[in-house]
Design a protein around this ligand. Structure first.
Ligand code: ADP
Ligand code: MG
Length: 343
């Protein structure tokens, strides 16, 4: 009884820059549990970023491996409860013995031990016993070990013996791959523009991304309609509050200021510094392309400039795109974002 969910495998865990280190360390551990220098292996990251999936994938890989190993997955919450029950029933010994027999201990959401001194002490002993016997310990936490409040220093210092790796929110391309994989495993086809739209708009965590996909599929099948961009937008509006689906001049300005690393005010200011002029011209160019504002109104939003300035900006951007490849690529990359938003 190892409490592993067989769906959580390496095969279903999409790799990206966001998880590369954690994933490959996990894979190394899965192939040589207890004998790599990644002991303990500590995976941390925000909610819904794949911690449980990854550590269970390690567990499944070991369980299905050539050697017979006792792999145990336990949430810290359950660990605490079992310990409390042990105390209540005067049966701590069997609790300890059980954990000391494990070959691979996967303990999830270790932050839950915060402030629970006696459980931490017990865990400390189990940890030492397993580690001395070259048994593998794998942990997850919702924050970096240094930010784990309420955990004893001697425990925290043990965590540093091995490897700590974080999980980040997958980038756009990785989100697309995750959606594709998920849809493929469900045997459902959804149009590319819907996939792109979801990958673009849901940038909080993977669990939320999956939640939106599930609602989308459910709505489409209940109301017997095709999965479409319209439906996806309606569902997003219901699930995610104040999502911006319009491309406004303000949105373009914010995005360009960020992209070119300049202050937002400078887009409206008089300054004629080269980087600022370029960012401003690009923002005007996008405003012309993606909003219905007149040239006059666009000029007005950029510090009360004349409509001829806007015409000039659009021309300048077009010219520069023809002569400078890197500039052209930058504009096209940014454009992709606005396009998805304005579907
Ligand atoms: P956490 O434990 O960090 O809160 P989970 O492991 O429960 O997150 O992941 C939430 C959901 O997102 C799960 O259904 C998981 O399968 C999925 N998920 C997260 N990261 C990935 C990934 N890289 N590839 C595929 N699915 C992922
Ligand atoms: Mg989890």
């Amino acid at each position: 009884q190892s409490n592993l969910n067989s769906n959580y495998t390496f095969g279903s865990f999409i790799e990206g820059d966001c998880n590369r280190l954690a994933r490959s360390a996990g894979f190394a551990v899965a192939n040589k549990p207890g004998i790599t220098s990644f002991n303990p292996l500590m995976v941390y990251g925000g909610v819904g970023l794949g911690k449980t999936h990854l550590v269970q994938a390690i567990g499944n890989e070991i369980k299905n491996g050539p050697e017979e190993k006792f792999v145990l997955y336990v949430s810290s919450e359950k660990f605490v409860n079992q310990f409390m029950d042990g105390i209540k029933d005067g049966n701590i010994k069997s609790f300890t013995n059980f954990y000391m027999q494990v070959d691979v201990l996967i303990i999830d959401d270790i932050q839950f031990l915060a402030g629970k001194g006696r459980t931490q002490e017990m865990f400390f002993h189990i940890f030492n016993h397993l580690h001395q016997n070259k048994k593998q310990i794998i942990m997850t936490s919702d924050c970096a070990p240094k930010d784990l409040m309420g955990l004893e220093d001697r425990l925290l210092s043990r965590f540093k013996w091995g490897l700590t790796a974080d999980l980040q929110m997958p980038d756009f391309e990785t989100r697309i791959a995750i959606i594709r994989k998920k849809m493929q495993s469900e045997g459902i086809d959804i149009p590319d523009n819907v996939i792109e739209y979801l990958a673009y708009t849901v940038d909080t965590n993977v669990r939320e991304l999956e939640g939106v996909m599930i609602s989308l599929i459910a709505h489409a099948s209940l109301s017997r309609v095709e999965i479409s961009l319209e439906l996806a937008k309606t569902i997003m509006k219901n699930i995610v509050k104040d999502i911006e689906t319009e491309v406004s001049i303000e949105f373009i300005q914010k995005s360009c200021a960020e992209y070119y690393g300049i202050k937002l005010e400078n887009l409206k200011a008089k300054t004629r510094k080269k980087e600022i002029v370029i960012a401003r011209q690009v923002a005007m160019y996008f405003s012309k392309e993606f909003t219905n504002h007149s040239l006059k109104s666009i000029g007005y939003h950029f510090g009360g400039r004349d409509h001829s300035t806007v015409i000039h900006a659009v021309q300048a951007v077009n010219d520069l795109m023809e002569t400078e490849v890197s500039f052209r690529n930058a504009v096209l990359e940014q454009k992709k974002q606005f396009k998805i938003r304005s579907y």
